[in-house]
Design a protein around this ligand. Structure first.
Ligand SMILES: Nc1ncnc2c1ncn2[C@@H]1O[C@H](COP(=O)(O)OP(=O)(O)OP(=O)(O)O)[C@@H](O)[C@H]1O
Ligand SMILES: [Mg+2]
Length: 342
């Protein structure tokens, strides 16, 4: 008996296009002898379609999503960003009691939220850059301290707090975003002000953090209670930082596997990747991103991605490929552990 599997791609986030590429890669590589595959496309407005012919772009609207989803043994949401990677769609699957591939509601929403990830990593005592957390509140800002005490302030006061607590360059990020959208690196007060206002257009919650100068390295994890970690890969960035353009449009960044770090460092990173994954209550898989600081060689966690890019040239599958698990069998394993976990 073949497993009835729905692959969902597209979605309402800023990462729609990347999800389409990831989704097409997954669909193409899944073993057709094992799975009876249905492709589901979600457009940017949130309408769901059953894809009848992927090459011809032939599709049929799904009117009753809930009834439609009940046809499957398992669903694989290959969705990045909001409404896909943030626990919302996972909540729908939970309600319907349909097994799904990847992280659950809680870990997905923590992973998507840069501020709450920081709070969990802090609890797990994983080293990370210093940060300030503010919330936009009409034309003012709420400064939220470490113990969640709040103070309503003017933007100029927020700028002072940042300068008192953090060193330039700083990175300003919307807490809930993805693919570097709304993120800016700043080196003076004027730019900091602009960056906070810009980040506020994407999310009320804003994170300002100290920049780390060093290598950008990533580790893939797979499993539920028992975790396999991949080797560590490195991103060589030639843009000013690993921006959306650097990631997807330019030839300016390259992937180096394994990373140009010592075996000892790489082992330290693997341990931290597993720890971070468990700390957010992760299951299934994720990619954990770090910095290794120049001069000090200190490791800093940057973020955890519960639905990393999944095209056949993306970091996540490439890391496991190098570790001896090919793309097709990686997909099998991901599906297998999701079923067993349910
Ligand atoms: N504190 C920091 N120090 C140095 N560089 C940073 C820092 N924060 C972010 N960057 C740079 O900016 C890039 C984007 O930031 P980040 O990874 O936090 O968000 P994102 O890419 O939007 O999230 P996702 O990877 O889920 O798409 C990083 O890959 C890195 O190049
Ligand atoms: Mg990132």
């Amino acid at each position: 008996m073949k497993l009835k599997l729905a692959v969902i791609f597209g979605g309402m986030s800023t990462e729609h296009e990347i999800s389409c590429i990831s989704g097409a890669s997954v669909i193409k590589s899944l073993n057709k002898d094992k799975y009876d595959i249905c492709s589901i496309y979600i457009d940017k407005d949130g309408r769901w379609f059953e894809v009848l012919n992927i090459e011809e772009n032939e599709k049929k609207i799904i009117n009753n999503i809930i009834e439609f989803l009940k046809n499957f043994d398992i669903v694989f949401p290959v969705l990045h960003g909001l409404y896909g990677e943030d626990g919302t769609i996972q909540g729908l699957f939970e309600l319907l009691k349909i097994p799904y591939v990847g992280c659950g509601v809680l870990s997905s929403s923590i992973g998507m939220d840069k501020v709450y990830s920081k709070i969990i990593f802090e609890k797990a005592q994983i080293n990370q850059s210093n940060y300030i957390y503010v919330k936009k509140y009409n034309d003012k800002y709420i400064y939220i301290s470490n113990n969640f005490d709040e103070k309503i302030l003017e933007l100029k006061d927020i700028l002072n707090i940042c300068e008192e607590n953090l060193k330039y360059p700083m990175f300003v990020k919307p807490s809930n975003s993805g693919s570097s959208v709304g993120i800016n690196k700043v080196s003076n007060k004027e730019k900091l002000k602009d960056a906070i206002m810009e980040a506020g257009r994407f999310d009320k919650k804003i994170l300002i953090e100290e920049g780390i100068k060093g290598k950008e390295v990533e580790c893939a994890v797979l499993g539920n209670e028992e975790i396999i970690t991949s080797c560590v890969g490195e991103i060589k960035v030639f843009d000013k930082f690993y921006s959306y353009d650097a990631k997807y449009n330019s030839q300016e960044s390259e992937i180096l596997i394994p990373a140009n770090i010592s075996e000892e460092k790489s082992n330290e990173i693997k341990v931290l990747a597993e720890k971070a994954f468990k700390a957010i209550d992760g299951r299934g898989f994720a990619r954990v991103d770090f910095f290794v600081e120049d001069n000090t060689d200190k490791v800093y966690i940057n973020e955890i991605n519960t639905m990393p890019g999944f095209t056949n040239i993306s970091m996540y599958p490439k890391l496991f490929d190098k570790s001896g698990i090919k793309y097709e069998s990686l997909l099998d394993k991901m599906i297998e552990i999701s079923l067993y976990n349910y």
